[in-house]
Design a protein around this ligand. Structure first.
Ligand code: SF4
Length: 764
């Protein structure tokens, strides 16, 4: 189906940009939280919904995966973005059959992501067949029959793709992967493929487990925190509270980022009066404004300087006992970083040598160092080697497996880590697969499935024709938007399990199903009574989430019920897995998880503890490294700076402060001074002068990729902004169109959304 580009909600030609903020949260954060909540939910529902958010036995925030404190919880245990996430889900607005009768698919396809998201909760299953102009209602049974007919009609189960978003609970994720493997495929791409896949790959290789090694207590008791490629003020706001605690205990904080984000500079904690009306807490002791893609060189330089400090004071800097007892590959690493090309480091990082030297002195002085990172590190060609270099620096000083120290990849979506633990991965290890077979008396395929990029290639090339999404907004989350849309449109069937309308619903296959599901905030009552689900946060804490609101419609099913009913229809009533039991009582799902997934002993009992329980993490718990060498691995990584031809910029995609992943809450980016606009590109003023482009100019963004055709994102406004030289930034999903599908990180296959070569083309 060809369609015109989405309409705009605003006219960026009127754009007025104010000075970027130098602090985060404070009174404006509280005011915006309340305004958005009351607009969507009204006063009573706002109070009821926020009162239980992140509280014991309450609702786990569907936003990011930052953990809650163990023990005592504050009255308001959430941030501005948590409140916005709840407002979006618990909204009183409805997208019902009358809505779909009023708005045809052509009209909906022309609406912006913001408009689509603002229409409210979907109330019943809907179907659209090619040639029809409007979605129409369908019964749940009818929907499952279509799915069964399509799946059972495929030549191979590998022609179907089953995507998962990071909101899906442990219980739903476990059943979903069980269904997919029982059906016969490992095609289980997820949103992790686009975020922390690089972290998982690097950490698995170097420390034996692809998860962070620190707890909230560690963060708050560290004496040095290096926060790299991360904007916690917008993406994990309550992390600022933990940084504040650490600062007050005397920690030093180093921020390494291309943009001077407000949340990295100063925090006004809205939980206390001094935060609301005072100056707040200065967070960063050093702000290293690094160029995009320069982090690998930065950490190699730090390793080089730490080794030089050891040379100057032998025995005083390195943790020799740790290195000798617990690591492998030290000599090869030393050989690699001793021979450092400082000119190349200067060119790649743009960070003054004196400042890198100062950070290395902090490292040498520190007794407890934590390095945190997010997408700024994981979405480059060399992301995996970059994260390996972080591990190298920590290993030099024995900073893994001791209190207040370690690696901290901060996850962006509430259960993205748990979904992987539950088996949402296209290449789960043999132990997991054989445990599944033994537990359920089924056979599961061993062929690796497709990740997100390979799924898109398979759909594009006609090797896959059924696409099923358990949550998320695949079209807006993925790179190369036009290619993604073509790939989905070519499918025989697209299915989206969703709470709200999004762009993926308006890019239908020959048949498109929209299946509405319960939100986290809603009561989930099944045959055995009221249910709860569980999730795993960024620090491996598993805990429960129980909704309290009445469901948005009587026709909604939980994700677990959707999987169970679909499985019965697709696999037949004789299938050995007791899907009906699982749907009626989620304890029975947890009983099975306990027998398949290590670390979940007494799951049903421990998840009922008010703080939940912590999963085992061998490096953190006992300095046990389950790598190929049986030790923590130093690695020698070669460094290659991104090549940016003259007259071009390196672009990163990022979020505005008014969005969470692909959900657009509003059109302001308060911290960066942007109001009522999304199609903006932030460029350093000196770069603009060199390029001869004026601040405020109207431009198209054109990306260039290895002899491939250019990709264009049209109608952007230039905003002069203090980004690092040569580095530009624009919001996703608008700028996703510029990310070539084949531009991915080595090893992890993550799209390189943080390093896209572009040119600015003035519009006439
Ligand atoms: S920090 Fe993350 S998990 Fe916590 S309330 Fe905010 S968005 Fe939700």
């Amino acid at each position: 189906m060809s369609r015109k580009p989405p309409e705009h909600d605003v006219d960026e030609s009127e754009l007025v940009v104010s000075k970027p903020k130098e602090w985060a949260a404070g009174l404006p954060g509280v005011a915006v939280s309340l305004k958005r909540s009351v607009e969507q939910m009204g006063v009573g529902r706002t109070v009821r919904s926020l009162k239980v958010l992140n509280q014991h036995n309450g609702v786990d925030c569907p936003g990011c995966a930052w953990p809650e404190a163990q023990g005592h919880r504050k009255l308001a245990e959430f941030c501005e973005n948590g409140a916005k996430a709840i407002a979006e889900e618990a909204t009183r607005r409805r997208v019902d059959r009358e809505f779909f009768a009023r708005h045809g698919i052509a009209e909906l396809a022309g609406k912006s992501d913001y408009w689509l998201g603002q229409q409210g909760r979907i109330t019943e299953p809907m179907v659209l067949r090619r040639g029809e102009t409007h979605y129409s209602p369908i019964s749940w049974d009818g929907a499952f029959e279509i799915i069964a007919e399509q799946l059972n009609g495929l030549a191979s189960p590998d022609e179907a793709i089953f995507y998962t978003s990071g909101r899906t609970s442990n219980e739903a994720a476990f059943l979903y992967q069980l269904f997919c493997r029982g059906y016969g495929t490992n095609n289980l791409p997820d949103c992790s493929n686009m975020c922390h896949e690089s972290s998982g790959a690097a950490l698995k290789e170097t420390i034996g487990i692809g998860k962070g090694s620190v707890s909230l207590e560690d963060v708050e008791s560290a004496d040095l925190l290096i926060v790299v490629g991360q904007n916690p003020g917008t993406n994990h706001p309550r992390m600022l509270s933990s940084l504040e605690v650490a600062k007050k205990r005397g920690a030093r904080v180093v921020a390494v980022n291309p943009l001077p984000e407000a949340g990295l500079l100063r925090f006004k904690n809205p939980q206390n009066i001094s935060g609301l009306v005072g100056r707040g807490t200065a967070l960063s002791d050093e702000f290293c404004q690094i160029k995009l893609g320069g982090d690998l060189a930065f950490f190699q330089a730090l390793g080089h300087l730490v080794l030089a400090a050891e040379d100057a004071a032998p025995g005083a800097v390195l943790d020799r006992a740790f290195i000798d007892a617990h690591t492998h590959g030290f000599d090869a690493y030393v050989e690699q970083v001793r021979d450092l090309d400082w000119d190349a480091v200067d060119a790649a990082t743009g960070v003054p040598r004196e400042q890198i030297a100062e950070v290395s002195r902090m490292l040498v002085d520190s007794k407890r160092t934590i390095i945190c990172w997010a997408m700024g590190l994981t979405q480059h060609k060399h992301s995996v080697p970059t994260i390996r270099e972080i591990v190298n620096v920590l290993l030099l000083r024995g900073m893994i497996g001791k209190p207040g120290a370690g690696v901290c990849p901060v996850r962006g979506h509430s259960n993205v880590q748990g979904d992987r633990t539950m088996g949402i991965w296209e290449k789960m290890p043999e132990e997991f697969m054989s445990a599944l077979e033994q537990e359920f008396s089924i056979s599961v395929p061993r062929r690796h499935g497709y990740d997100t990029v390979d799924s898109l290639r398979a759909m594009r090339d006609g090797r896959a024709s059924v696409f099923f999404a358990m949550g998320g907004n695949f079209v807006s989350a993925t790179p190369d938007t036009k290619l993604t849309e073509r790939a989905l449109s070519s499918c025989a069937l697209t299915v989206n399990v969703s709470t709200k309308l999004n762009r993926s619903h308006v890019v239908p296959g020959e048949i498109s199903l929209v299946l509405p599901t319960l939100g986290r905030t809603e009561r989930d009552v099944q045959q055995s009574g009221e249910q709860f689900v569980s999730v795993e946060d960024s620090m491996s804490v598993v805990h429960s989430s129980r909704g309290r609101n009445a469901p948005a419609s009587e026709h909604l099913l939980s994700e677990i019920a959707i999987v169970a009913r679909m499985a019965r229809k697709v696999l037949g009533a004789e299938h050995p897995i007791p899907w009906e039991d699982f749907e009626s009582d989620y304890d029975r799902v947890r009983d099975r998880i306990e027998r398949v997934v290590p670390g979940f002993a007494n799951y049903n009992e421990r998840v009922r503890d008010k703080d939940g329980f912590v999963l085992p993490h061998p490096p953190r718990d006992s300095r046990e490294f389950r790598t190929t060498t049986g030790k923590a691995n130093f690695t020698a990584n070669t460094f290659e700076a991104p090549h940016i031809p003259e007259g071009r910029l390196l672009l990163q995609t990022l979020r505005s402060h008014d969005q969470f992943n692909t959900t657009i809450y509003g059109l302001d980016d308060r911290y960066r001074g942007v109001k009522d606009a999304r199609r903006v590109v932030f460029v350093n003023p000196d770069d603009l002068t060199e390029l001869g482009v004026a601040d405020g100019a109207a431009v198209d963004l054109v990306s260039e990729w290895a002899g491939d055709e250019d990709r264009t994102a049209e109608r952007f406004r230039v905003v002069a902004y203090p980004t690092a030289r040569g580095c530009a930034a624009a919001y996703f999903p608008e700028a996703n169109a510029l990310v070539p599908l084949d531009s991915t990180a080595e090893i992890s296959n993550t799209p390189t959304s943080k390093s896209i070569v572009i040119r600015l083309v003035p519009r006439s």
